[in-house]
Design a protein around this ligand. Structure first.
Ligand SMILES: NC(=O)c1ccc[n+]([C@@H]2O[C@H](COP(=O)([O-])OP(=O)(O)OC[C@H]3O[C@@H](n4cnc5c(N)ncnc54)[C@H](OP(=O)(O)O)[C@@H]3O)[C@@H](O)[C@H]2O)c1
Length: 290
């Protein structure tokens, strides 16, 4: 029997590329979209069943898990990909924007993960791959709410990885650097941003790192590796050259020196050392709704 993966948020970007990657590797795929208009998005691919799911609806998770398992008889991998980017100074991000960011990126993801856990535990197999972000390890300005949600995903994944060890199942987190998807053209931007922030905002979004990314296939390849490498003890997977460099640079410089270099680059100006350590993605220009 072919293996089966469930992937959330597959109408575009990394989710869509991940559907294509798993299909190319011979897997059955249960893909989710949240709009009726996107139900046909994978119709050219064999072995893909596309279902509706808004991960914000926590009460829908158990029923969805049952429906997803029924598609091909079992599920081997869950990829928690659905998510979005709330951007802007914390001061100008509304309470509603902040709660919604956590509802989708954290609480929805937790509800869906919990819905699949009995299946993985009783079958004594299964891998849960959740999309974090390199921002969770970096500390970018104007990204604090998003990266806090992604740090929660990373931390949750580490605890879960150990909890699932007795059941031969595992949880892994993927940390993409910038990838050229719709995420930057659908940002939920803070409102009524005080003018005081404008110069720093402009500077941040004009760096090469904020202008170029990798193609979504890069992250899809890393998600596939995390799901299939048979290494339950590996939790963190970095996707894209701009992401891979960060844990290495932190190791080279140590956490405090690294932080001072990064902070200087975003305030007074980066050093030559910092410029030599930085990387962009594979050169794809990012489209943004700024
Ligand atoms: N691109 C990057 O640079 C980058 C970097 C680090 C991490 N990530 C993470 O990678 C994941 C995929 O993002 P992407 O870059 O591929 O962006 P994308 O093209 O915007 O795709 C995100 C997908 O998530 C779906 N989604 C959003 N909210 C949802 C909800 N409440 N319920 C169900 N689906 C929902 C979107 O559906 P709709 O099409 O209906 O909006 C879309 O299909 C996200 O978790 C993101 O945070 C991306």
């Amino acid at each position: 029997m072919n293996n089966t993966v469930v992937i959330t948020g597959t109408a575009s970007g990394i989710g869509r590329a991940t559907v294509e990657k798993f299909v190319a590797e011979g897997w059955n795929v249960v893909a989710t979209v949240r709009k009726d208009a996107d139900l046909e998005v994978h119709q050219h691919l064999d072995r893909v069943r596309t279902l509706l799911l808004d991960v914000d609806d926590e009460s829908a998770a158990p029923g969805f898990a049952e429906q997803a398992i029924a598609q091909f008889g079992q599920v081997d991998v869950l990829v928690n990909n659905a998510g979005y980017y709330q951007m802007g100074p914390l001061e100008a991000s509304t309470s509603d924007q902040i709660h919604r960011q956590f509802q989708t990126n954290v609480f929805g993801l937790i509800a869906l993960t919990r819905a699949f856990l009995p299946h993985f535990r009783t079958r004594r197999t299964g891998v849960i791959v959740s999309l974090s972000s390199i921002s969770a390890e970096q500390g970018y300005p104007f990204t604090s709410v998003y990266q806090a949600s992604k740090a929660a995903v990373a931390s949750l994944t580490e605890g879960l990885n150990i909890e699932l060890a007795p059941f031969n199942a595992s949880a892994k987190a993927v940390f993409p650097g910038s990838h050229n998807t719709r995420i930057f053209s659908k940002m939920d931007i803070a409102q009524d941003i005080p003018d005081d922030y404008q110069a720093a905002l402009d500077a941040f979004f004009n760096t090469p790192q904020a202008s170029y990314g990798s193609s979504p296939e890069v992250a899809a390849g890393v998600i596939y590796r995390a799901a299939t490498d048979g290494q339950p003890q590996q939790v963190r997977y970095y996707a894209g050259p701009d992401s891979e460099i960060i844990p290495r640079a932190k190791q080279l410089l140590g956490p405090q020196w690294y932080w001072e270099e990064f902070r200087a680059a975003n305030t007074t100006g980066g050093s030559v050392l910092w410029s030599s350590l930085n990387r962009t993605g594979d050169g794809t220009a990012l489209e943004k709704n700024l």
